[in-house]
Write a protein that binds this ligand. Structure first.
Ligand code: C5P
Ligand code: MG
Length: 195
């Protein structure tokens, strides 16, 4: 099966702990979006009994590095196909994080209509991540993994956002230093042509 070209895809990007998941959940409550988190799909695959990818995913998540694109793109593609009868609009959260993911997804799955980029200082991200770590149960919400994730974000993921902005012209930047509700108001404004 292939992805229906009539659906709309929005990439939701920003550093670790910036609040991508929180804002996506708010959008899902108010509008008919399917929220697909690349990180959640990878964690689900990692924990699946008998998955041939468990080990490789676990290692990358622990190291804060990017899982090979073919694994993540296949998981996303399958999830879109499973949901495209019911949903017309998809939030793809935490993807693309590396140039090959961006180029191959847009070529082989579907081009995105918009990218929401949550811009945030490292201090605020760190504060939010440490707060989340108390309840998230995530193996990578510890200081050592967090530092590695920041490093990957700056070196590997920021260039993708620049590419989506300068070459694809689909980026809307949101200032994340505000409250959750203020940020959400800005998100809705940025997405008004889609929602
Ligand atoms: O987005 P989230 O913080 O849940 O991602 C957790 C981890 O999953 C990342 O640090 C990375 O190891 C992996 N990941 C990836 N490619 C993506 C999204 C997440 O390799 N597009
Ligand atoms: Mg998330």
């Amino acid at each position: 099966m292939s992805v229906n070209k009539d659906i709309s895809v929005v990439f939701v990007l920003g550093g670790p702990g910036v609040g991508k998941g929180t804002q996506c959940s708010k959008l899902v409550k108010d509008f008919k979006f399917k929220h697909l988190s690349a990180g959640d799909l990878l964690r689900e695959e990692q924990n699946k009994e008998g998955s041939q990818y468990s080990q490789i995913i676990r290692q990358h998540i622990k190291d804060g590095t990017i899982v090979p694109q073919e694994i993540t793109i296949q998981l996303l593609k399958n999830a879109i196909i499973r949901n495209q009868e019911e949903y017309q609009k998809f939030l793809i959260d935490g993807f693309p994080r590396k140039m090959d993911q961006a180029v191959i997804f847009e070529e082989e799955v579907i081009p995105a209509k918009l990218t929401i980029f949550f811009d945030c200082s490292k201090d605020i991200m760190l504060e939010r991540l440490l707060e989340r770590s108390k309840t998230s149960g995530r193996e990578d919400d510890n200081l050592e993994s967090i530092e590695k994730r920041f490093d990957t974000f700056v070196k590997t993921s920021v260039p993708v956002i620049e590419y989506l902005d300068k070459s694809r012209h689909i980026v809307k930047k949101i200032d994340c230093s505000k409250t959750v509700d203020e940020i959400y108001a800005d998100v809705k404004e940025a997405m008004k042509d889609i929602i």
